[in-house]
Design a protein around this ligand. Structure first.
Ligand code: ATP
Length: 457
């Protein structure tokens, strides 16, 4: 048996990939890497307009030429679509620099001569989920999306974790796909493509799985031009109609198998709350559940083992059980990552992004506290707070401090609760139509304290 790789947000160990000289399109690494002459390979994601019918290769070359001409500095985030290039302007909706953050930490800003941009061109699918109703018309047993999907656009960026968790997941998945692609003998080097994210409720595990699938579909689109995500509803598989469940599992996996047979298809299977499978199995063994349920779980595990052999499948699973999970299902996962409650920095960044959105939409006005209406990021804030001239610049600093205080007050709250906080704070204001930033921040601190006091011991 292989020893699973544990990724934890609490015990970060930074590992950098290097020596990717001569990387071809199909072998792309998922994160920036040092290539020949000490250049950093940085991903540049180019989103086409829904109306565009331009060839991906043409857009890629045009963007590469544009990047060569401009002496850009590379930091994560969008760069303006050039208006002086009619072809790009006509076809491209957005250009985004990605994944420079782990390099930028030690190198500050990456300059154009240090960088080899790796351009990924994609178009979002607007089809929406295709839902399959189970026989009795109740809960559907799965949802299916064509990736990259409009629904998941921006999800990756909105999830904030410390210690490079997202980058590590991306790299592990990318390495797993590369090993398979290159035909590495699994008897000599073992790995699989099952990922388990576990941790308390509301820490973004399901969202992270979907966002990871979306990212990989963009990064690997030259090898896999088609990509799907199938979200299995584990609960619905254990409907009260157990006799139907076996059929549901068979039907579901038959469909997945059909997708996988097409070798240009990359298929992600997301199974949420896998502990419900283990619970059903345990209950069946103790005789409190129909023995059908054990057959369903076993059928699911067997089908997963079968799927594991296909090179173009990644199985993503989540569990809310935070302690060591010891179930047959989990043994199968090679990559296990603990996703914990957000740290102070992550909480601050989540609230900052909420605030920015409320400023953008005009819900918060009368905003004097922040430079250019942009609240500072956590590290800039730290610098500002430790600056010697802090006493003189009282007004902005008090706003920054209020935001930090709100983040401190959120200790123990999940990412999901923190994202709801600005809404609750707004609803608590006496005059929500003329929303003053400082009043809003005070309301947010109070709301956070109240929410926290309501947490179970
Ligand atoms: N670290 C985070 N950064 C930013 N947003 C977060 C974070 N954690 C949670 N959220 C927000 O909470 C929402 C809910 O997360 P999600 O449902 O994926 O969590 P989960 O861990 O799967 O929870 P559950 O197990 O209860 O389903 C996300 O869509 C996101 O908006």
């Amino acid at each position: 048996m292989t020893t699973p790789m544990e990724i934890s947000t609490q015990n970060p160990t930074e590992t950098h990939i290097s020596g990717q000289n001569g990387v071809s399109q199909a072998q792309l690494p998922a994160s920036p890497s040092i290539i020949g002459q000490d250049k950093f390979l940085v991903s540049v994601e180019v989103c086409l307009k829904p109306s565009s019918s331009a060839r991906v290769e043409d857009v890629r070359s045009a963007v590469e030429r544009m990047l060569e001409k401009r002496s850009l500095s590379y930091i994560d985030g969008p760069i303006p679509v050039p208006v002086d290039d009619p072809f790009i302007a006509q076809n491209v909706q957005r250009i985004c620099i990605c994944d420079t953050d782990e390099w930028a930490k030690s190198h500050e800003i990456l300059l154009f001569w240090q960088v080899k941009p790796f351009v990924h061109v994609y178009q979002l699918s607007e089809e929406g989920p295709c839902e399959e109703l189970s026989g009795d018309g109740q809960l559907s047993s799965f949802n299916e999306w064509i990736l990259p999907a409009k629904e998941f656009d921006g999800m990756w960026e909105s999830l904030i974790y410390e210690s490079g968790l997202k980058q590590r997941l991306l790299r592990y998945a990318a390495s797993a796909l590369l090993f398979t692609e290159k035909g590495v003998d699994p008897f000599l080097v073992s790995w699989n493509r099952i990922i388990l994210l576990h941790g308390p409720p509301g820490t973004g595990k399901t969202s992270l799985c979907k966002a990871l699938a979306q990212k990989l579909s963009i990064r690997f689109n030259s090898r896999y031009p088609q990509c799907q995500l199938v979200e299995v509803n584990a609960h619905s598989l254990f409907s009260k109609w157990f006799s139907e469940s076996g059929k549901l599992v068979a039907k579901l996996f038959q469909k997945i198998q059909e997708m996988v047979e097409e070798e240009n298809n990359l298929v992600f299977v997301l199974i949420d709350e896998v502990e419900s499978l283990a619970a059903a199995r345990k209950a069946a063994l103790s005789g409190s559940e129909p023995s059908d349920s054990i057959r369903v779980v076993n059928a699911l595990l067997t089908q997963m083992d079968k799927l594991k052999c296909s090179p173009n499948v990644i199985i993503l699973t989540t569990s809310n059980i935070t302690a060591a999970i010891d179930i047959a299902f989990v043994d199968r996962a090679d990559i296990k990552a603990y996703v914990g409650p957000p740290t102070l920095e992550a909480r601050y960044e989540i609230l900052r992004s909420c605030l920015q959105e409320l400023i953008r939409t005009g819900i918060i006005s009368n905003f004097q506290g922040f430079d250019n209406l942009v609240p500072p990021n956590y590290s800039t804030l730290k610098e500002k707070l430790s600056a010697p001239d802090i006493q003189e610049a009282q007004t902005p600093v008090s706003s920054y401090k209020q935001l930090l205080e709100a983040a401190q007050a959120c200790e123990g709250l999940s990412g999901r609760s923190i994202r709801k906080l600005p809404f609750l704070a707004h609803a608590a204001l006496s005059n929500p139509y003329a929303c003053d930033a400082n009043k809003f921040l005070s309301a947010m601190i109070d709301t956070a304290r109240r929410e926290r006091s309501e947490l179970p011991e």
